[in-house]
Design a protein around this ligand. Structure first.
Ligand SMILES: *Cc1c(COP(=O)(O)O)cnc(C)c1O
Length: 442
């Protein structure tokens, strides 16, 4: 997406002397994002501030839709990547549905106007209550992950006098070659069931009078940068689909999951092109004529987001030079959780020598570190920085740790901007706590 990146970060180039001294990833040459001045945004809304480009998200939905041309395909955006109302409405307006993993995500999807029939419900721990609410909302498909869940789904559907549409999540035992904490398709992971187990479910399918077991689902992990694991997983699933059909089970949908990776480190990551990804799906499922469901999360929104943060101060330690910024692990947990890399750049011109900084937040944890020995043009207190590729698994994972209010979020769109979440007030942060205890004796 290097070309699109250049298009989003418009504006005048930096001086040739500075450009010669510094690789691009150390310097954002122009302070605009989707046509909006980032310095002004930071002044207006304060920092830390998440900024999402609606234009970028729109282009991605459209390019995926174009790649899927001629297929009976439904894009179900994985809500957990970023569950902001404004963002859900944006993808819903482009025709996408939702992939949800909780009752909370169901509520958010419905409120954003996504109809139940475009919602698929995934996850290993759906409660009977969540299943009941989802069935009442007309959720189109349950991706079932265990025999117990299948029983539960059947029981709740019977109680409501309806028939649930279900798919078996297959664990294909392939290595997605990604971070262990976001790998989901190995036999030792908690997700999905083996082909053997799935086979036995289909053998008993007629006993489940209130479940139409007619789909297959696979999702092998996240931030996958090679197409090979997808190809392998889909071959396993399609082989099983053929076997099921030849023994008389109709399969009406295959859900290929999400997982397509993005560029967190411009100098190193080269994510597959979405058209090539879709070509792998077309090829693997060429004999399948039912509906294909896709569940992209990260790929749709990650690169569309940046986190604006200001330098609070520099601290020269005895061994390391610390750059202390006003964003922390509670705003963007990926580096502390996964050791994830994010490119970090100055907003606007930066001059001075390139120095190596450990970039840390104010939270009282050594893990509150965004980067170690990261090279940046010399910084001083008050400088504005952008942490890139923060549209996914950032705001949706944020917490109040260290009693830090949730940050503000803004959407930008071709020169316009809109606040989509105000910075949490201290009152709101503590509002649900009970201050006068009502003790109840046994
Ligand atoms: C998390 C998840 C996704 C989305 O994964 P991305 O890597 O963000 O595309 C899709 N499907 C399921 C079942 C998931 O759990």
């Amino acid at each position: 997406m290097a070309g699109e990146d250049a298009a989003r970060f418009g504006g005048p180039p930096c001086s040739p002397e500075i450009a010669a001294k510094m690789p691009d990833s150390r310097l954002m040459t122009a302070p605009t994002f989707d046509g909006v001045d980032l310095i002004e945004l930071a002044q207006r809304f304060g920092t830390p501030l998440q900024v999402y480009s609606a234009g970028d998200i729109r282009r991605r939905v459209q390019s995926l839709t174009r790649a899927l041309h001629g297929l009976d395909a439904l894009i179900c955006y994985a809500v957990k990547a970023n569950s902001s109302h404004a963002l859900l409405k944006l993808v819903a307006a482009l025709g996408a549905g939702a992939d949800i993993v909780s009752g909370g995500e169901l509520e958010r999807s419905l409120r954003a106007g996504i109809p139940g029939e475009r919602i698929v419900f995934s996850g290993v721990g759906k409660t009977a209550e969540e299943i009941r609410t989802a069935l009442r909302a007309g959720v189109g498909r349950f991706n079932v992950e265990s025999a117990d869940e299948l029983e539960c789904l059947s029981g709740v559907a019977r109680e409501l006098g309806t028939v649930a549409c279900a798919a078996v999540r297959i664990n294909p035992d392939v290595d997605a070659n990604t971070h262990a904490k976001i790998s989901t398709g190995r036999a030792e992971n908690k997700f999905g069931v083996s082909i053997d187990e799935a086979r036995s479910w289909f053998a008993q399918a007629r006993d489940f009078t209130h479940v139409a077991l007619n789909g297959l689902h696979v999702h092998i992990g996240s931030q996958i940068l090679s197409l090979e694991p997808f190809r392998q997983a889909l071959q396993v699933v399609d082989g099983f689909r053929r076997e099921l059909e030849s023994s008389g089970h109709a399969i009406s949908s295959i859900d290929v999951g999400g997982g397509l990776g993005v560029s967190y480190r411009a100098a190193q990551d080269s994510p597959p092109d979405v058209a090539d990804y879709v070509a792998v799906i077309r090829e693997a499922l060429r004999d399948f004529h039912g509906r294909i469901v896709l569940e992209p999360g990260r790929w749709l929104v990650a690169e569309a987001g940046i986190l604006l943060t200001r330098v609070i101060r520099i601290k020269q330690g005895s061994e390391r030079r610390f750059l202390i910024i006003d964003a922390a692990m509670n705003d963007l947990p990926r580096p502390s959780l996964y050791g994830a890399w994010h490119d970090i750049v100055h907003v606007g011109q930066a001059s001075g020598p390139v120095l190596a900084y450990d970039i840390v937040g104010p939270v009282c944890e050594t893990g509150d570190t965004f980067a170690q020995a990261r090279e940046l043009a010399e910084c001083k207190g008050g400088d504005l920085l952008a942490i890139k590729t923060t549209g996914a698994y950032s705001a949706s994972m944020a917490s109040n740790y260290n009693s830090r209010p949730l940050l503000a979020e803004v959407m930008v769109d071709g020169g316009r901007h809109a606040l989509i979440r105000q910075r949490q007030s201290l009152d709101a942060m503590i509002a649900d706590e009970v201050t006068t205890l009502q003790w109840i004796s046994a």
